[in-house]
Design a protein around this ligand. Structure first.
Ligand code: 4AD
Ligand code: MG
Length: 445
């Protein structure tokens, strides 16, 4: 029997007889010729059957097979520059076919379906070429993240998902019963990372985080993955330098490894190719001025209203987009008003209403992909901030103690994996960046 190969490796088998195990993606007929596309998870390739060669019985069998029939095919690999496929330029002349399960009624057809229908059928939709390309790119991005951090001497320490207290505000907590107590699904692993750096120096956690986001937007999931590096003896400038190198590496690795996926997604990569440090750095103060100017120059009253902002306001999506549009690289905005950020951020020297936070806004309207800051290192100040945010101090006793036993300046950030995938793949909505998204109105499948 011919060796079973992955379609992804087909280029190595030109002229040889091979076995492919997969699913029928599409088929068309032209008289005595049948062109089918087979996918096997590693790629897509064209199968060709010529009636006089394969015989009537096999040809009739092929004719009856509907999309997504599972089948094992043997045949000979040929080069054909016009043959569609991933990788492109190869086809297989069919010799035998074993039908594993023939079907005729696959619900997702090449016609246009509405997105709600596709989301309801997400378990099947994953098989289509674009979804395949997105989720393969996501896997490459995840690996680039881990490779970079491991290469920089970080230790990957996992943080708990079931937590007793809030870290990123109390309005979006997922509550759960923990025996006779209330617990929450983690919004972040950061607080635990801060304990871990005092033992390991540089650490990261990388896993799912949970926020009960009650609004429907293109950028929010209720369950999303975040990588959170945290570093001891690190200030805000160190943080920006590091994020710049990190993001540059992720973008360049994705461009290098995902050429074929980005082509399937019709992602114009011109803008991505320009991404390398240094990235522009502007203060929140300057950002507000730029937005006020943009609002004054707005083309119509709606846009003007959307961009309206005064010092102290947090940015909404239109603000982030308008700011990012002024640069062709990701842009750092640092020094936000403390009131719009989390409780743990180090205050700006001599400006207690400003904190040492920094967000990184992606170009092309993809918004905030990173949030981070220098952390408060004084225990008394931290306790005061906890009171100010109405958080129960007894829950943060251990966190304050980190500042009582060898406190050092330290910083860290969180990069949202799904927003990064949306940006690099050029997707208008975050829902396709994960296999089974969780959103306000979606818990199934
Ligand atoms: O800015 P955030 O809330 O920061 C933190 O959670 C910090 N504790 C991170 C840290 O310093 N260790 O979230 C960080 C990033 C955002 O920039 C965004 O990319 C992503 O996480 N994010 C979301 N992605 C999808 N859906 C949501 N609901 C998200 N909320 C945040
Ligand atoms: Mg943020």
């Amino acid at each position: 029997m011919a060796p079973h190969i992955a379609i992804g490796d087909i280029a190595q088998y030109v002229g040889q007889q091979v076995t492919l195990k997969g699913w029928l993606y599409a088929s068309t007929r032209k008289g005595k010729l049948m062109f089918a596309r087979l996918r096997d998870g590693s790629g897509f390739t064209q199968l060709v059957a010529y009636r006089p060669e394969v015989g009537d019985e096999l040809f009739e069998t092929l004719k009856r097979l509907g999309q997504e029939s599972s089948m094992i095919v043997t045949g000979t690999v040929r080069e054909n520059s016009r043959a569609p496929g991933v990788p492109q330029g190869y086809e297989v002349g069919i010799e035998t076919v074993e039908v594993v399960q023939g079907i005729e009624n696959y619900p997702i057809t090449p016609k246009d379906h509405g997105v709600e229908f596709l989301m309801d059928n997400r378990h099947l939709w994953l098989r289509s070429m674009k979804q395949w390309a997105i989720l393969r790119t996501r896997a490459v991005i995840k690996k680039a993240i881990v490779d970079f951090l491991d290469g920089e001497g970080f230790v990957n320490i996992d943080t708990p998902i079931i937590t007793p207290s809030a870290a990123e505000g109390t309005s979006n907590l997922f509550e759960t019963n923990y025996f006779d107590r209330v617990a929450y699904l983690a919004q972040t692993g950061q607080l635990y990372n801060e304990a871990n750096i005092m033992a390991f120096g540089k650490v990261y956690c990388f896993g799912p985080t949970f926020r009960a986001e009650k609004s429907k937007t293109r950028r929010h999931l209720t369950e999303f993955w975040m990588v959170e590096p945290e570093m001891a003896y690190f200030d805000l400038d160190d943080l920006m330098d590091f994020e710049e190198r990190f993001v540059t590496y992720i973008v360049q690795t994705t461009l290098e490894k995902c050429g074929q996926e980005l082509e399937i997604l019709e992602r114009d990569t011109t803008a991505l190719e320009k991404i390398s440090g240094p990235f522009p750095r502007i203060s929140y103060d300057e950002a507000v001025e730029r937005l006020q100017k943009a609002a004054a120059e707005a083309k119509n009253p709606e846009e003007q209203a959307e961009l309206a902002i005064k010092w102290g306001d947090d940015f909404g999506a239109p603000h982030e987009t308008a700011l990012a549009e002024q640069f062709d690289k990701p842009v750092f905005v640092y020094g936000y008003p403390a009131a719009v950020k989390a409780f743990y951020m180090e205050p700006w020297p001599d400006r207690p209403d400003v904190c040492k936070s920094v967000d990184l806004l992606a170009p092309e309207g993809y918004g905030e992909i990173i949030g981070g800051s220098e952390r408060m290192s004084d225990p008394d100040q931290l306790l005061e901030a906890i009171h100010k945010h109405d958080l129960p101090p007894e829950n943060y006793r251990w966190y304050i103690e980190l500042r009582q036993f060898g406190s050092v300046p330290h910083s860290g950030f969180g990069l949202g994996l799904e927003r990064t995938v949306a940006w690099l793949c050029g997707l208008p909505h975050i829902r396709e960046t994960t296999a089974f998204p969780r959103m306000l109105y979606r818990l199934e499948p």
